[in-house]
Design a binder for this molecule. Structure first.
Ligand code: TYD
Ligand code: MG
Length: 463
């Protein structure tokens, strides 16, 4: 583990001093010492590993101060990866000199997607490099074979030592380099083990700096912990330009790639893929893939229209209210558990639906993670439906946020959600009053509500 201590680093010569001084003790330049954090493994860092704050984020040193209006707003150079759904989450393509971190569970398809993307880039004439630290070159070749990438010209380097990786990137100058994965890379300047916080941070910082300096776009593959966060320090997420997460149930065919941070595009945009025999294929019209196929409506199921980035998605929310005892369980998959507890309290207080002594399980079908509060109404209706053992009508859906006072608040993009559901043949909905359309939508009966009690009444009137 590294011990962080502050150091004053000279921006001219890189010399250091534990105390702040007006003059650099090494090169005698004035006012060049900048306080920064030096992280070395147990103090084993050499001067190579001490960096100032500015170097750390890859900016050139000693820039003049310039009024904002005098700086030219140049657009970034983007290269489409050739995989539409990936470009959508990236904001149009891979940006020169940018660093993308892509995380996800093991086996979800990170290596597959990136190999496909590199091959597509290589085909469009850009040199690429795939650095593999987890698999041998032969294993990568086997995957390429499976993907049907015959005669692929993607350069492969099986290496985990940072210094050698940096040297290869410098000498081969690819347009895009993938490091699969950052947890396997280690720097021999540090004594801690690969995958440790110090190693991950140090290696990522070096790769980031190189990307900024050389213009090579770098994609780092990151592992996620059991809790779902990227392993290694959070600083990794701060350091890079774009953070993408792979979501989805490894047992189902569909995978989502979500941008949770993007300095060059919109966040929360998603790309949807299907894992096939020949790798990941983009799903261009994904709105109905997270619905399970019940021939007749079943109790405890409610369809939610959620808005992911710019695309509405219909997702089935399932709830099971059962048994229980003195310590009932509340479990949720794909939805926030604290929010579930809150919704149960609101149901109890404002709609007279009591589940205090019951186990409550909720699940978003297909392994999607739903973060938006607009899911509240559908979750509450699914719970009530399970508790009462009565199915919601065929063709029913809902969306809307529910507040602690029992009020139903509007969801952004209401019209888009309604139109998409109508397009897919849904016929009846309970939605927030403010989202009710001004002109009726053909084939759609809308119950506009302002409070959770009204939503319950509307559902009962449909039975
Ligand atoms: P992989 O890309 O190795 O996952 P990660 O790098 O995120 O750990 O994905 C491996 C899984 O994908 C594996 O379970 C097999 C499956 N797969 C297919 O179904 N079709 C394919 O064409 C490929 C290459 C993999
Ligand atoms: Mg992999």
């Amino acid at each position: 583990m590294s011990k962080d201590k502050t150091l004053n680093v000279c921006s001219d010569c890189g010399g250091t001093s534990p105390k702040w001084l007006g003059k650099c003790p090494q090169c005698n330049a004035w006012n060049t010492l900048i306080e920064s954090v030096a992280s070395g493994a147990g103090g084993a860092g050499t001067s190579k590993h001490r960096y100032s704050a500015a170097q750390f984020i890859g900016l050139a040193m000693a820039q003049e101060v310039t009024p904002l209006s005098a700086i030219e707003a140049t657009d970034v150079a983007r290269t489409p990866s050739g995989i539409d759904e990936l470009d959508r989450v990236l904001g149009g393509g891979i940006v020169e000199g940018s660093v993308v971190l892509i995380g996800g569970d093991p086996g979800i398809g990170k290596s597959t997607l990136l190999l496909q993307a590199l091959d597509a880039l290589q085909h469009s004439g850009l040199p690429t490099l795939y650095v593999t630290g987890e698999e041998s070159g032969a294993q990568v070749a086997l995957r390429a074979h499976r993907l049907g990438l015959l005669g692929s010209q993607v350069n492969v380097l099986a290496e985990i030592e940072l210094e050698k990786i940096l040297a290869t990137v410098e000498s081969t100058q690819p347009a895009v380099a993938v490091i699969d994965s950052i947890q396997t890379v280690y720097s021999d300047q540090l004594t801690s083990a690969p995958g440790s916080v110090a190693q991950v941070r140090e290696c990522a910082a070096h790769l980031t700096r190189m990307a900024k300096r050389s213009g090579v776009a770098i994609v780092l593959v990151g592992h996620v912990t059991k809790e779902g966060a990227l392993a290694g320090p959070r600083v990794l997420e701060h350091m890079v330009d774009t953070v993408l997460y792979f979501e989805g149930d490894t047992h189902s065919q569909f995978r989502l790639v979500r941008a949770i941070k993007n300095r060059f595009g919109a966040v929360n945009e998603i790309g949807v893929f299907a894992m096939t025999e020949k790798g990941l294929k983009g799903v261009t019209n994904p709105s109905a893939i997270f619905l399970s196929q019940h021939s007749e409506p079943v109790p405890g199921s409610c369809v939610l229209v959620t808005l992911e980035g710019t695309r509405p998605l219909l997702v089935e929310i399932q709830a099971l209210v059962d048994g229980g005892g003195p310590n009932p369980r509340r479990l949720s998959v794909g939805l926030d558990r604290d929010r579930l507890a809150m919704l149960l309290a609101v149901l109890n207080r404002h709609a007279g639906v009591a589940c205090a002594d019951q186990d409550v399980f909720v699940n978003a079908v297909g392994g999607v993670r739903i973060n938006e509060p607009a899911a509240d109404l559908a979750v509450m209706l699914a719970i009530t439906s399970s508790l009462r053992g009565r199915a919601l009508p065929k063709g029913f859906f809902a969306f809307g946020e529910v507040g602690l006072a029992g009020e139903v608040r509007p969801a952004p993009g209401g019209q888009d959600r309604l139109k998409e559901a109508a397009k897919l043949g849904f016929t009846v909905a309970v939605v927030p009053k403010a989202n009710a359309p001004k002109k009726p939508i053909a084939g759609l009966t809308i119950h506009a509500v302002e409070r959770i009690e009204q939503a319950m009444d509307a559902v009962r009137s449909l039975e």
